[in-house]
Design a protein. Sequence first.
Length: 471
Amino acid sequence: MIKLKPKKPKGLKTPPMAQLKIIFVIIVLLSILLSVRQTSMTGRYIAMMDLVAPTNIVSLATETVTVAEHDSAEASTEKAGDIDKKAEPLGTANDIRNPAVSNNYANATSLAGTEAETFKRYDKVVIATKIHGNHQWKLVVQSMCLLHFSYNHKLLYDIVVFTALDNIPKESIEALEKMVAPAKITIVIDNIGFQEEIAALTPVKYDIFLKRCNVTDPVNLTWWSNCPSRLAYNWQAEFRSVRIWEHPALEKYKYMLWLDSDGFPSREWKKDPIGYFIENKGVIMFDNFPQGRASSKMAQQYLDAFNTTVCNLKMNTTGGHLQRSLINQNEYDAMASGKSKVNCNTGVQLIHGFMHITDLDFYRQPKVLNGLKSLLGNCFLCRTPDDQLAVTIPAAIYAPEKSWDMRLHGFDLKVYHNMKMDGKEKVKTPTDNKQPPTTNRGFVTYWKLVGSKEFPTADKVCGPIITEQYR
């Protein structure tokens, strides 16, 4: 191998001693320069690492998350405002990345480039939701994807998805697992089978159920039967109101963030609602109150179940918690007979059930569980109590001052549900530059015209996964 050496200019001779001195000086100067450069580069590296945490590459099954073609009416909205006429293609596993996460997940921070706030990871926390089966699976993917980008990428809490039907394809589950990784997600079948649940009823419950369905044999009944309302929907009400508190899938957890599968976070959460809830020893913290009202005719049922009933339940806007008074059976009887003029409105305003944080141990207490089971009585697949009444009544009776409204405690999370933000304001989605915004639009349109711009970090992966105009 030929080695090429730089040629020494002719006519220049350097004495040996002087040559050594020059070499020594050059070595010292090079050493100093390298030291300065290394220090500078190290400082830059540390500064960059402070801004950008490690990321996880998302690998998704394209058939699960590809946005399908919209109908002509939906497609026409793409021309409104500043929406590009040509849709941007979905990213691939090489160019779509999860938000930044902390190395140890104990003290995660907000996304790079946003105002940082430390988020502490707590033990025994779970995120939970429920669907009936595979026909609602895309709702779960949409919801959990957005929740991951808005919040859970920072803390990686376990996720439990309850489903009534065991019909979700394995590849769909694996795609969601990759989307929310390294958070753990578990799919839980929440019943033993429709006909098996009926067969397991006590004789009294069995007879009442058949009578309500107007049949003598349940063999032809399905989840989709009406008795008189849809049994599939009634099952989610019964499960969430009574059965969920003792379910084995949740027994190792103490705190639960419940988010309906059609609840869609629309921006990053700069503050940690779960951390606040735990540190301040809350019982329930909800995104919205009130949502509907239970009839005053149920007052006697509350008395039978809890030995007291609630009067004048409302929100204390100063303290941000529920406020009420209680009366016992004698006081209620006196009021009902006209012998007492006590001011008691027994119609109960309800906590909105689509999103809340709960202390599971509170709802597992015998006095709470037994009361809820008493309200359910011998009815199977009924909506009394539903999930909203079930979380409201015990909290109102036993812990009103620990039952908090999120916004009144500083948490404006902007979760889209049924065309409202946080159950409060109607979402106004633009139509075009000449017409005023309208509230009569679904989530897909909202995300394309508004959400994608306000939450671009999530849009590359999450926007939108569903194709129908879910409210």
